[in-house]
Design a protein around this ligand. Structure first.
Ligand SMILES: [Zn+2]
Ligand SMILES: [Zn+2]
Ligand SMILES: [Zn+2]
Length: 332
């Protein structure tokens, strides 16, 4: 039975077994681990925690837990690689697909407060889950299942690349425990653990989200002035309803960041214009991971608007509803 954490005893964290994904654990279920109580500070909450260290298999590098048991449970991630345990995906991808809010504390004190708060919520909820699963949308879960990386990727456990070899200076030759190869442009290596944990600025997640959006015909237009998305196949609805749907699906969008919202009832579509391009891209990626957006009980398709020159006004975002087969539509 899982022990409830006593939040009055913060700063003390001891556990018998780490929370690990299959990849980090390695193929041998009987792997030997060394355990060091209060061996290090958790990289997220800074509290001392039990550090486990093990070798995940022949030819692999030693791995150790980087964050505490509690922080791992709160986000449902592996204590070593910080990827989601259920889908093997970065937190940022999972949360975009499920429309989960990503709030992260900023200062050290806030950090402790934030984790303790979630810890208390977790202890009080029946199933130990912090997040309301009703709020998570079904389409997002479906999409995550398709994107899931469930087979273990043992390649991730290889030794790191030898930095001396890269500079042409390694004299250890075959004895060298590190990999003698030149690094490829690797986005993973630039990752910051805290960002990965909170699902912010995660280059791997960005790549995955971009690729899945592109695979669904949601490639962001070359023309960077396009900041409009079209919602197609809408039922009869109102601007307020669309805004509420958007707030639910993409909680990172502030109401003021929707520059304009134009419903074209005859074509059952709406033009949603955002204040900047990075935001529009983020919304496009999240909504494509959610397979569209549910508005007034119906799931609408989301596509990018098109740039089209307008007389005297310079390029402005407009869209074509030809994708829905109802002829052309012009933004007002
Ligand atoms: Zn922690
Ligand atoms: Zn892992
Ligand atoms: Zn070397």
């Amino acid at each position: 039975m899982p022990a409830k954490h006593d939040i009055n005893k913060v700063g003390v964290e001891s556990s018998d077994f780490p929370i690990l994904c299959e990849t980090c654990l390695g193929p041998n279920p009987y792997v030997r681990m060394t355990k060091q109580e209060f061996g290090n500070e958790c990289k997220i909450c800074n509290r001392p925690f039990t550090v486990f260290r093990w070798n995940p298999g022949a030819g692999a590098r030693y791995k150790k837990t980087e964050i505490c048991n509690t922080c791992a449970k709160i986000k449902g991630v592996c204590q070593t690689c910080l990827l989601d345990l259920e889908y093997g995906l970065p937190v940022q991808v999972r949360d975009a697909a499920l429309g989960r809010k990503q709030d992260a504390p900023t200062s050290d004190i806030n950090k402790q407060f934030y984790i303790q708060n979630l810890e208390a919520q977790m202890a009080n909820s029946a199933d130990g889950q912090v997040f309301d699963s009703d709020a998570a949308n079904r389409a997002g879960r479906e999409m995550l299942k398709n994107m899931a990386r469930t087979d273990p990727h043992y390649k991730r456990n290889r030794p790191h690349i030898c930095s001396f070899f890269v500079k042409g200076e390694c004299k250890r030759g075959g004895e060298c425990p590190f990999r003698h190869e030149l690094p490829k442009e690797n986005e993973l290596s630039k990752q910051n653990l805290v960002d990965r944990y909170y699902g912010k600025n995660d280059p791997v997640a960005k790549k995955i989200l971009r690729e899945q959006a592109e695979s669904k015909g949601m490639k962001a237009p070359e023309d960077k002035t396009v900041t409009t998305l079209l919602f197609l196949g809408l039922p009869v609805t109102t601007e307020a309803e669309i805004r509420a749907s958007l707030a639910g699906a993409c909680p990172f969008v502030k109401p003021t960041e929707v520059r304009s919202l134009t419903i074209v009832e005859a074509s059952h579509c709406a033009f949603v214009n955002f204040v900047n391009r990075p935001l529009a891209e983020r919304v496009a990626e999240a909504l494509s991971a959610q397979n569209g957006i549910e508005v007034s009980g119906k799931r609408a398709k989301v596509v990018w608007g098109r740039s089209r020159p307008q007389k005297g006004k310079g390029p402005s975002a407009a869209g074509s509803a030809s994708a829905s087969g109802s002829g052309s539509v012009t933004a007002v």
